[in-house]
Write a protein that binds this ligand. Structure first.
Ligand code: IPD
Ligand code: CA
Ligand code: CA
Length: 270
């Protein structure tokens, strides 16, 4: 493993940058902004997404010119590179753009640093709640200054979990039928609409599990680091290790619950 202490100043800078970026997304500073469709009416991007990503790119270029940036909006104009061989910042400037556009809340900024393919630190910031979830590998996970406790198990009957509602109807990724009895057994089901925030909520115990479709590196890169520090179990839906640089289904849960949910689903899903 690399000498991680060399990355500590970057972690401290990143904490300041997410808070500064987040202040641009508060209702009092946001003002009017353009909204565009990407692949469909359900796939939105705003000028704010691009502005925030550009803000991070300029900070990183100024301070760490040899680093690469993998951002959702692809604003960074850089030569092609192998993320497993470089120091890479993985950034979702607004995770939960639909929430940002419709509700002006329940979205986050997700920033992670991976060095030669290995996780170093991750931050998920909710600028409306002013909550910063963060972790540096091996140093524990935090909500602001409060250290998060390792997660305890919980039964399905007492579990409150977040599932993308599209998993409960016919879809291209999983067999939806086994999810229906699971939903009936649980104490509650929620869906927030910001993957990074939902991963952070599992880490701090607000949710007991979170399941979603094929998420991208910027949705999960920071959350995976935070979750590992509190001993959450995170895999694909077919119980394989997640490769952060590829899209995959994502299933994170408290330790025993992860096994129980897979058993209930019959572990047949892709
Ligand atoms: C989306 C959100 C959403 C998840 C989608 C993501 P975006 O990210 O995290 O909760 O279900 O798969 O694409 O587009 O708002 O950054
Ligand atoms: Ca996202
Ligand atoms: Ca986004």
């Amino acid at each position: 493993m690399n000498n991680l202490s060399a990355f500590y100043p970057m972690y401290e800078s990143a904490k300041k940058w997410v808070v500064e970026a987040g202040s641009r997304l508060e209702p009092t500073s946001v003002g009017f902004f353009e909204v565009e469709h990407k692949t469909s009416a359900a796939d939105l991007v705003t000028e704010k997404d691009r502005e925030i990503e550009t803000f991070f790119i300029s900070q990183i270029r100024n301070h760490y010119p040899s680093h690469f940036v993998l951002g959702e909006e692809g604003v960074s104009n850089q030569q092609s590179y192998d993320p497993r061989k470089e120091t890479v910042w993985i950034i979702d400037p607004i995770d939960g753009t639909t929430n940002f556009v419709h509700m002006r809340r329940s979205f986050s900024i997700s920033v992670a640093l991976y060095d030669k393919g290995k996780p170093v630190f991750g931050l998920v910031y909710d600028p409306i709640a002013k909550e910063l979830f963060h972790a540096f590998v091996g140093q524990g996970a935090y909500l602001d200054t409060e250290k998060l406790k390792p997660l305890d198990g919980v039964s399905i009957e007492e579990g409150v979990i977040s599932i993308n509602p599209l998993w409960l109807v016919p879809n291209d990724y999983v067999d939806f039928l086994p999810f229906q009895p699971l939903v009936q057994q649980l104490r509650g089901v929620r869906y927030i609409g910001s993957a990074a925030l939902e991963l952070a909520y599992v880490a701090c115990g607000r949710l007991d599990a979170y399941l979603d479709f094929r998420l991208s590196p910027w949705d999960i890169a920071a959350g995976l680091i935070i979750l590992k520090e509190v001993h959450a179990i995170t895999t694909t839906m077919d119980n394989r290790e997640i490769d952060v640089f590829n899209k995959s289904t994502t299933f994170t849960a408290k330790p025993v619950l992860h096994e129980q949910i897979l058993a209930t689903l019959g572990n047949k899903n892709e």
